[in-house]
Ligand binder design. Structure first.
Ligand SMILES: [Zn+2]
Length: 388
C-alpha cells in the first residue's frame, strides 16, 4: 500500500478553521450560535473535494452535512461520523475561538471534543480523493449537530442511511473504543398528605418518605459497585435534583427526586426498573403510608462491539501499520453517539486523536495525533472499501 497523502499543513489549517467557528450547542446555552455556520463551511469544503454533498436541517438552524465519495461497484459502505457542536465557553480562560498552537497542542473550544477528530475525518477523505484510486463501496462522511445534548443529528442520519460499518472520530488517543456506558434519567415521586403543621395525626410527610428512598438508593450503590464490566467499570447512580414542599407550616404532599443511573453493557431499562421497583415495594411493605411511583424519563443504552468484529481487527491492523503500536480496545464511562449507530445493527467504534479538556476551561488536541488519526482513517478507508 502506498504512503499517506494526508497533508499536514492543510489538515492543521482545516482544524484551525473549524475551531474558529463558534458552534456552541444552543440547546445547552440559550442563544448560542449552533451548527449552521460550521455546516456551511464543511459543505463548501466537501463540495470542493468533489463529494456528493447534502446539508439537512434537522431542526431550525441545526443542520447535518453529509458527503459521499461514490464507490465504483456494489461494495460495503463505510461511515465516518463526527459532531460539529461544542459545549459552552463562559468559563474558559482564553479566547475559545482563536486557536493557538503551543508545544504541539492546539488550544480552543472543541479542539479535543471533537473538531480534531472531524478534521482527521475530512483530511482522510481528501487524501482518498486525491489518491485517484477508485473505491468499490461508498465512503460516507457526516458532520452532525447536537451530540452534546440530545443527538438529534445522528438520530436523523441513521434514519436515512445504513452503512456496513462506522467509525466515530471522538478522541480515543488512537485506541479503539468498543464499549461505553449508557444512562437513564429516572423521576421518583413520593406521595404524602397535605395538612396543617399542627395536625400530625393527619399529615403525611412526602419529603421524609423520599428520605427513606434516598437511604435505600445509597445502599444500592454498594451493590452496583460489585457489578464490574471489564472495560467500562461498574454501574452507578446518583441523586441529581430534589424538589418538595411549599410552605413551612404544611406537611408536604409530594416530593420529586430525579436521579441518573449509568448502565453498563448487558443492562437495559428493565435492569433499572427491577431495582427501583424492589426498593419501592420494600418500603411500602414496611409502612402502609408509604406511596411512591417512578418513571424513566430518558434512556440511552450502553454499547459493546466484539473485538472479533472485522472492523475492530482490521482497524487495529491499520493502526499498527501506521503507528507501529498495537492499539488497545478500550471502554469509556460516558455515552457517545456510537450507540445510536450500533443500535441499528451496524458495527461501530470510536477512534480519534489525543488531547484533553473536554467540557473544561482549557481544551487542546495534540496536533500530531490529528494527522496520525487522518492517516489511519485514510488507510482504513482504502482497505475496508477496497481500492480497485
Ligand atoms: Zn464529543
Amino acid at each position: 500500500m502506498s504512503s499517506s497523502l494526508v497533508d499536514r499543513e492543510s489538515t492543521v489549517d482545516l482544524l484551525k478553521d473549524l475551531v474558529k467557528i463558534d458552534s456552541v450547542n444552543p440547546s445547552l446555552v440559550k442563544g448560542a450560535a449552533g451548527e449552521a455556520e460550521i455546516a456551511e463551511f464543511l459543505s463548501d469544503y466537501m463540495q470542493g473535494l468533489g463529494l456528493r454533498t447534502a446539508v439537512e436541517e434537522v431542526d431550525t438552524g441545526r443542520p447535518n452535512v453529509v458527503g459521499v465519495l461514490e464507490g465504483e461497484e456494489q461494495g460495503p459502505s463505510l461511515l465516518l461520523n463526527g459532531h460539529t457542536d461544542t459545549v459552552g465557553v463562559d468559563y474558559m480562560d482564553v479566547d475559545p475561538f482563536n486557536p493557538v498552537i503551543r508545544d504541539g497542542k492546539l488550544y480552543g473550544r472543541g479542539a479535543f471534543d471533537m473538531k480534531g477528530g472531524l478534521a482527521s475525518i475530512v483530511a482522510a477523505t481528501k487524501a482518498v480523493v486525491e489518491s485517484d484510486r477508485k473505491l468499490r463501496g461508498n465512503l460516507v462522511i457526516s458532520a452532525v449537530c447536537d451530540e452534546e445534548y440530545a443527538s438529534i443529528g445522528t438520530e436523523r442520519l441513521m434514519n436515512d442511511i445504513l452503512p456496513d460499518a462506522a467509525i466515530i472520530g471522538e478522541p480515543t488517543e488512537l485506541d479503539i473504543l468498543v464499549a461505553h456506558k449508557g444512562f437513564s434519567w429516572v423521576e421518583i415521586v413520593t406521595r404524602g398528605f397535605a395538612a396543617h403543621g399542627s395536625q400530625h395525626e393527619k399529615g403525611i410527610d412526602a419529603i421524609a418518605m423520599m428520605g427513606r428512598v434516598l437511604v435505600e438508593l445509597e445502599k444500592l450503590q454498594g451493590g452496583l459497585a460489585r457489578k464490574t464490566h471489564e472495560k467500562v467499570g461498574h454501574p452507578t447512580l446518583h441523586a441529581s435534583i430534589i424538589e418538595g414542599g411549599s410552605e413551612l407550616s404544611t406537611y408536604p404532599d409530594c416530593c420529586v427526586l430525579k436521579i441518573e443511573w449509568r448502565t453498563v453493557p448487558g443492562e437495559d431499562e428493565s435492569t433499572i426498573r427491577n431495582e427501583i421497583e424492589s426498593v419501592l415495594s420494600g418500603l411500602a411493605s414496611r409502612d402502609g403510608n408509604f406511596k411512591a411511583d417512578y418513571e424513566i424519563i430518558l434512556s440511552r443504552g450502553p454499547m459493546e462491539v466484539s473485538e472479533n468484529e472485522s472492523i475492530c481487527q482490521s482497524l487495529a491492523n491499520v493502526i499498527l501499520e501506521v503507528t507501529g503500536r498495537v492499539p488497545e480496545y478500550i471502554g469509556r464511562p460516558f455515552w457517545l453517539d456510537t450507540e445510536i449507530i450500533w443500535r441499528k445493527g451496524v458495527p461501530a467504534v470510536a477512534f480519534g486523536p489525543s488531547g484533553d479538556g473536554a467540557h473544561a476551561a482549557v481544551e487542546y488536541v495534540n496536533v500530531e495525533s490529528v494527522i496520525t488519526a487522518a492517516r489511519v482513517l485514510e488507510r482504513f478507508a482504502h482497505s475496508y472499501l477496497g481500492s480497485i
